[in-house]
Design a protein around this ligand. Structure first.
Ligand code: ADP
Length: 247
């Protein structure tokens, strides 16, 4: 695999169920994700976005094809090794933040390190906490933080292990537009300043406008790709999907 490629899927397919109940969630999807590149994944509901992200991040097993992270075929790994790859190479950000309510912001942020029995790297931790603007919030529990602050804690937690890949599933879905813009700028900075490969599922053309490119899924297939997206161009492309769907 090319050293500039952080992750890659080849002829990825996923079928849920069997026989008459079989649902093809992904069909023959191939794509590459370069280091330092921020990609948005878009498509109508049910088009396979979550399945795609889950297969790429080793949270789900494809029925056919391969998902590779840093050249390693995830399908060739034991469960234990897969967990290790996920923990070390991938940071996750979810729509609903998924913070542990009884832990402080700081404890949430360093949780991936605590689980791996590792000590925080001071300089990196400071860089992440500063970038997320959380210096004065570290002792707070999630319930004492705004949605935007909680998502910044979740981003810090995703970054604390310096993952090569950051996977964000509708990260701004529960946020007001100002907090959402902050999170998107941070994800953009992850890619541009820190060279991380960022993948984000979103419905929002404005959010997609922060990415370097957009992949469009429909009915489990990769149907289009857009470089240097702007919200207007993304919206226009999505309208054409809708027009096709009602035809
Ligand atoms: P999206 O994230 O774009 O909304 P999904 O990846 O969640 O799409 O779903 C793609 C297709 O696979 C849909 O038709 C969905 O109903 C189906 N699907 C997803 N997960 C399951 C599952 N666990 N069992 C059966 N069908 C599923």
């Amino acid at each position: 695999m090319n050293e500039h490629v952080a992750a890659e899927v080849e002829h990825l397919g996923k079928v849920y169920g069997t026989g008459d109940a079989a649902v093809v969630a992904l069909a023959d999807v191939s794509a590459r994700f370069r280091r330092g590149e921020f990609t948005a994944i878009m498509g109508p509901s049910g088009s396979g976005k979550s399945t795609f992200m889950h297969c790429l991040a080793g949270l789900d097993t494809p029925t056919s094809g391969q998902a590779r992270i840093g050249g390693t075929d995830l399908g060739s790994l034991t469960d234990e090794k897969l967990t290790q790859v996920r923990r070390e190479k991938i940071g996750f950000v979810f729509q609903s933040f998924n913070l542990l309510p009884t832990l402080s912001a700081w404890e949430n942020i360093i949780l991936p390190l605590s689980l791996a029995g590792r000590k925080p790297d001071r300089a990196w931790t400071k860089q992440v906490v500063d970038a997320m603007g959380l210096q004065t919030r570290l002792d707070h529990r999630p319930a004492e933080l705004s949605g935007g602050q909680q998502q910044r804690v979740a981003c810090a937690r995703a970054l604390i292990t310096r993952p090569e890949i950051v996977v964000a599933d509708e990260p701004t879905g529960n946020l007001d537009s100002r907090s959402g813009a902050q999170i998107l700028s941070l994800l953009q900075a992850c890619a541009r300043q820190w060279g991380q490969t960022v993948l984000m599922v979103t419905h929002d053309p404005i959010a997609a406008g922060y990415a370097d490119r957009v992949l469009f899924l429909a009915d489990g297939r990769l149907v289009d790709e857009m470089a240097r997206p702007t919200p207007d161009r993304v919206l226009d492309r999505m309208r054409r999907f809708d027009a096709q769907a009602v035809r």
